[in-house]
Design a protein around this ligand. Structure first.
Ligand code: PLP
Length: 403
């Protein structure tokens, strides 16, 4: 008999299961609104032109080789990533108290930060709070490293907006020094972000309670098309003097999903504390991945360090953000034209890759079975899956299931 006989089977990942179900579906007008990956107007993945250009430069660069990167990754990439999120003129950067670790994309950066906190956060029994709802991996990662995970209110089903009051109450009630996982922009799955003034209120409570802010930034530049605007919350917290972590992903804003280019930015009180944290993260990273992969991070650092490439990237980024914003408008117009019951303003008010439609699980089931439209049971749609050819079909399907 096998020693593994009693191993229970685990459920398949919901998002990846949706993608395979969509792939296997022979229906010609099928629509995949599950996975959070950008699609063109033709419904195809997009290799950013600036990424192609950078890749061509790299192929012809004989100084590049396949030697191991340092444990904490490529220096130029780490520097460029921290500058991108904090702003090149950040005081914390100038004071030498910003550290970083190149990680296996955003997921790896969240894991690396969570693992460090599980081992070294000084408050015994500290709890991690995640938004309700959030990206499913947040709970999986924090529980995986041993944290108890609670939720703070976020989505208000009535207003289809932010439940700021509920969020602040839980932040006040949480034991001092709790860890709060925050989405700096383009909240996944709701597409609802706090306004600058609401961030100020959140920072007030978090400062008063000495909570630790862990930002998970998977969509910088993707939300508004403006890299600085999307970094407002993080920069504001740094200005306020918080020690904090930021997990950064370059999957979406560079379209480098499979290359796993990510970074953990660490803002500490002093350069010495920054060194202490970095050294522990290096020690831990050695035992998990040994050292990170080079291809994606080389593309990112090349683009971020060259004025022309950087500008071109900004244009690429804007074109993705704008196409998504345009799809929001088209979907909203179609639903309005069809006089679909309910209010649909949230479709245009929400931001980033996703829209939380408010559709229920039974409605989603009909969308899938009758219309071959694939989306998660919570009613989240990836806006990038829509285009001028399928938006009418989708709106009609929605109109049918809500009537
Ligand atoms: N965090 C959030 C909120 C996300 O939505 C995602 C991707 O969907 C990630 C992190 C990480 O993505 P990746 O590991 O591909 O960088």
């Amino acid at each position: 008999p096998s020693v593994f006989e009693k191993v229970p089977g685990a459920p398949e990942d919901v998002i990846f299961a949706l993608t395979s179900a969509h792939k296997a579906d022979p229906f010609p007008n099928k629509v995949n609104l599950g996975v959070g990956a950008y699609r063109t107007e033709e419904g195809k993945p997009w290799v950013l032109p600036v990424v192609k250009k950078a890749a061509r430069i790299m192929v012809n660069d004989d100084s590049l080789d396949h030697e191991y990167l340092p444990i904490l990754g490529q220096d130029a990439f780490r520097k460029a990533a921290t500058q991108l999120i904090l702003g090149a003129d950040s005081k914390a950067l100038k004071e030498g108290r910003v550290g970083s670790a190149q990680c296996i994309s955003g997921t790896g950066a969240v894991f690396t930060g969570a693992q460090f906190l599980a081992r070294h956060y000084p408050i015994k029994g500290a709890t991690c709070y995640i938004s309700k709802p959030t990206w499913a991996n947040h709970r999986a990662i924090f529980e995986g490293v041993g944290f108890t995970v609670f939720e703070y209110p976020y989505w208000d089903a009535k207003t289809k907006g932010l439940d700021l009051k509920g969020m602040l109450i839980i932040m006040e009630m949480a034991p001092a020094g709790s860890i709060f996982l925050l989405h700096p922009c383009a909240h996944n799955p709701t597409g609802v972000d706090p306004t600058p003034d609401q961030w100020r209120q959140i920072a007030d409570v978090m400062a008063a309670k000495n909570h630790f802010a862990f930002f998970d930034c998977a969509y910088q530049g993707f939300a508004s098309g403006d890299l600085d605007k999307d970094a407002f919350s993080v920069r504001y917290f740094v200005e306020r003097g918080f020690e904090l972590f930021v997990a950064q992903s370059f999957s979406k804003n560079f379209g480098l999903y499979s290359e796993r280019a990510g970074n953990l930015t660490i803002v500490a009180k002093t350069p010495k504390i920054k060194d202490q944290i970095e050294s522990q993260i290096a020690k831990a990273q050695r035992a998990v991945i040994s050292n990170p992969p080079a291809y994606g991070s080389r593309i990112v650092s090349l683009v971020l360090s060259d004025k022309d490439l950087y500008q071109e990237w900004n244009q690429n980024l804007k074109s993705m953000a704008n196409r998504i914003i345009e799809m929001r408008r088209l979907l909203f117009n179609e639903l309005t034209r069809l006089k679909t019951p309910g209010s649909w303003n949230h479709i245009v008010d929400q931001i980033g890759m996703f829209s939380f439609t408010g559709l229920s699980a039974p409605q989603v089931k009909v969308l899938k079975e009758k219309y071959h439209v694939y989306l998660t049971d919570n009613g989240r749609i990836s806006m990038a899956g829509l285009n001028t050819k399928n938006v009418q079909y989708f709106a009609q399907a929605v109109d049918d299931v809500v009537r």
